[in-house]
Design a protein around this ligand. Sequence first.
Ligand SMILES: [Zn+2]
Length: 497
Amino acid sequence: MARIAFGGFQHETNTFSPVKATFADFEAPDAWPGLTRGEALFDALAGINLPAAGFVQEARGLHHRLLPLLWCQAQPSGHVTRDAFERVSALMVEAIRTAGALDAIYLDLHGAMVAEHVDDADGELLLRIRQLGGPRLPIVASLDFHANVSPRMAEEASALVSFRTYPHVDMADTGARAARCLHGLIGRPRPVHALEQIDFLMPLTSQSTLVEPMRSLMDEAIALERAPLEVVGLTAGFPASDVAECGPAVYACGHEPTVTRRAARSLAERVRDREHEFALEIHTIDEAIAVARGMTPARGRPLILVDTQDNPGAGGNADTMHLIRALDGARIERVLAGIICDPAAAARAHEAGTGTSIALSLGSQAGSPGDAPLHAEYRVEGLGDGRFTGTGPFYLGSRFELGPMALLRCGEVRIAVASRKQQAADQAMFRHLGVEPANHAVLLLKSSVHFRADFGSMASRIMVVEGPGPNVPDPARLPFRKLRPGLRLTPGAGSSA
Ligand SMILES: [Zn+2]
């Protein structure tokens, strides 16, 4: 039995979003727990599809003594404030310092966190913890598939274990893999690692492991992970991040330097060979409306329009109304859209009550360029307190806390409204308001890829649609300044150098 400390500090930073992540954002619960310290972590994480939850379950099964540090996350947004990064890091370091003699540490990180004063925030945190633990202590971190893996992260961790799916249905499984990896490292020499950074940015909507080319590339990564290797990881990177280490990467670690390097290099070559297949596919709203008009709606088989640019899971504000306005204006029938974050509208709907009609200027509170609130008469069709449990494979077990919610109807468009922003990746988010997604002809979802886990199988067709918002789907349109020379902004196209 080993004494293992564990904790987590997650943020995916869209450096192009002006809305920063403060300490209060890490304290607040949403689909996942707010900042939690010590023994309370066990209950807070139990049963949720999160890496730390999977780690705890697996490490207990391996009969280790677990010492909970702290765990927190905030919704993807602009930079983490200096104050938030330093306060959370100090709490983590202090908790490790007072935990007594440790045999290992596990950290549940995202891997694409950027603080106001530190570009490689995950690498910085790992460095501080490594300095505390010493060079030989096994420190394993799990990472999101969207990690921008840096040489410092690879250097300071004993091993990095990343998700294998996008939508991330294997978050808890990844934590369990990290537990087994850590178990195998205790009492052994530290493994060697190899990191191959890939020199092109992958648009988010081209990264899904449900479709080619990522599906078969991930299969190849999984097949490579066998002794003497501990880990072979393929991460797609989070492209809306203006840092030198932005981009996809292949990581391997193991006990044979030559085998480790060869595995990383061969998989990186396979990714490079298929670069052109990652090209962005995106449609205008006019094209989407033409498809919606031309189709013969089949019950239970909606057309899914993907509003990736306003996806709060990638730093959007979940409040643009541009696509909703266009669908309403075109009189497309049986539309369900969501989730729009507008606390004032939700409060008004709760005051008015179900079955009433209210005049509202809905959405667009964050003021995304090219967007405006939709002023109209809305019928209140449903209300909810925003507290419900995720049922789809991505948010499975998540105990949502989205504040007052309402289902508002404007013409043929139903809009699910919440008081906190959250990516529309679970049907429970709509069912909480008494509305069944499958009964609609068109679903407009504020997501990029995660919706596919719970909505993908019902879609008659999926179209990624251009709209306003900070999650610009084509990295070539972002005003980068800090990328490393030679990194291509578009798969197969010109270089940033
Ligand atoms: Zn991710």
